[in-house]
Ligand binder design. Structure first.
Ligand code: FAD
Length: 473
């Protein structure tokens, strides 16, 4: 693409949602720039798909048939005419003029502001925090992090592995590990006994999307054949001095202790809302998904003019629904750029499929609710804010002293003020305060997120370049 091209739309995130939205826009003649902090397109689900397809094709068998779908999305992005900047972190969204927004980016160590008429946030999801005693020990990590190593570098963990938590991603990863030749020692399933409503929701999901459901049931069957699964696990603790050496837990009312080298934990995913929150988009607490989601009208329009959200960042919907949502949001943005009226689903090509996928997600949400003891750690000594080492007991203590929200909690304890900027503790801190006062999450609120949402240095800021008139280099 030639230099000094004016950008109509900036898309942040090159996962299925961002790639699809950008491809649709570019193919309609809109000038699009896609930014992603990773070095290759694919997002979380299709991480490293180009490299795996080109250089590690044997790993395609390990990662499964669904993973191959990512190649088509990446090819479409590359051939669409959209400009794509990998390795680019977005740290701010601000107003640049009456009808222009500025996107603060850091790329190759240089900080700059890029101007655009519309911004689509396709920032995806992150794993739900899982605080429990010992979760900060070296040797305890998330399933998502381990899966990222598998996708990006073909890395398979060594030693005695335990996997704890619940949800489809947990079983998917273990089935991938088994295909890669490694069997975990045990799975500690924290899923509570399924309610009648949850069981009915599985039947509903089977009628809505049998292919996905049978795929998921297939992973579970395969995993349960090969690995011992302890059910209804609670009171999970990781023990060790310098690093993890053992875990203890209760399963079906029996106490267990196992020696392990690695504990992988997962309890579902929540939207990555940091950029949308820092841009001033209104959010609310989604009671069903138990997470913060942006207020949306139409397909993806946020409360802030000319800022849209798409994919998991708008509420967890999964990879396939993110593609459909990407199409819907793109058509809504095109209508908006042309000054046309849109309908409630943004002229989506497949509104029915979008609704079906959302229904499937609701069913999964009911079947895999987050574990109560990860949401509200019962032990006061459990560290909640890893960066500042603030415990659940300290949060309860400041709530007792009258602290009514997480921002006030920062002043008392420094929780949420470390390098992760509250990503690992935001939900837990608000939940603990809400529970103490008997308030709803919307009343307690979330940390106020301010830019920069990604680390930049003072020296980089001092050399800030402003690409006036939305020029790109
Ligand atoms: C760790 C993890 C692993 C997962 N693995 C699977 C899986 O194997 N199979 C499956 O079906 N689902 C998986 N999921 C769920 C899956 O990611 C989503 O359902 C789907 O990918 C959502 O697509 P998306 O385009 O909305 O977001 P994503 O695919 O998550 O893409 C978001 C992109 O935004 C970029 N981004 C975010 N913030 C910034 C910023 N400030 N600056 C620049 N770039 C930014 C990220 O780098 C990322 O590439 C996983 C989720 C997580 C968190």
């Amino acid at each position: 693409m030639p230099e000094n091209v004016v950008i109509d739309v900036v898309v942040v995130g090159a996962g299925p949602a961002g790639m699809t939205a950008a491809s649709c826009l570019a193919q309609s003649g809109v000038r699009v720039l896609v930014l992603d902090e990773h070095t290759a397109p694919g997002g979380q689900v299709y991480r490293g798909v180009e490299k795996v397809t080109d250089k590690r094709s044997a790993d395609l068998n390990v990662l499964g048939s669904h993973y191959r779908n990512g190649s088509k999305l990446v090819e479409r992005l590359h051939s669409s005419g959209a400009q794509y900047w990998p390795g680019t972190s977005v740290w701010e969204i601000s107003a640049a003029g009456e009808s222009t927004l500025a996107v603060g980016v850091v790329r190759d160590g240089r900080v700059r502001l890029i101007q655009a008429g519309h911004i689509i946030l396709a920032t995806g999801a992150m794993e739900r925090p899982t605080p429990f005693p010992g979760w900060t020990l070296p040797g305890v990590m998330t399933v998502g992090a381990a899966q990222t190593l598998l996708k990006s570098s073909g890395l398979v963990p060594d030693g005695r592995i335990a996997v704890a938590g619940s949800g489809p991603l947990l079983y998917l990863y273990v089935s991938q590990l088994i295909k890669a030749g490694k069997k975990p020692q045990v799975i500690l399933d924290t899923q509570p006994r399924a309610s009648l409503q949850a069981k009915l929701s599985v039947l509903a999901a089977l009628t809505v999307d049998p292919a996905s459901m049978f795929r998921g049931l297939g992973w579970m069957r395969e995993v349960r054949r090969e690995v011992r699964v302890r059910k209804r696990v609670h009171r999970l603790r990781a023990g060790g001095v310098e690093k993890l050496s053992s875990i203890s837990y209760v399963s079906c009312d029996r106490q267990f202790t196992d020696d392990v080298d690695l504990l992988l934990v997962h309890d579902g995913v929540i939207p990555n809302t940091w950029l949308a929150m820092s841009a001033g988009c209104r959010h609310h607490w989604d009671v069903q998904q138990r997470c913060w989601v942006p207020d949306i009208t139409g397909a993806g329009q946020t409360s802030r003019q000319s800022v849209s959200v798409v994919g998991d960042a708008a509420g967890i919907i999964g990879a396939d629904a993110s593609v459909l949502h990407g199409e819907a949001v793109a058509s809504e943005v095109i209508a908006c750029l042309e000054g046309k009226q849109q309908n409630a689903l943004g002229n989506a090509a497949h509104p029915l499929l979008v609704r079906q996928q959302r229904l499937l997600r609701r069913c999964l949400d009911q079947f895999y609710p987050p574990a109560q003891e990860f949401e509200l750690p019962p032990d006061d000594e459990t560290i909640v804010c890893r960066c500042e080492e603030v415990t659940a007991g300290q949060i309860r203590q400041v709530a007792t002293l009258g602290c009514v929200g997480p921002n006030q909690g920062k002043a008392f304890t420094r929780c949420g003020m470390g390098p992760c900027m509250g990503r690992k503790c935001g939900v837990t801190v608000s939940r603990l305060i809400a529970e103490h006062h008997g308030l709803g999450m919307d009343e307690v609120g979330h940390y106020r997120i301010r830019p920069p949402v990604k680390p930049i240095t003072v020296a980089q800021l001092a050399e800030l370049e402003i690409d006036a008139d939305a020029h790109t280099a």
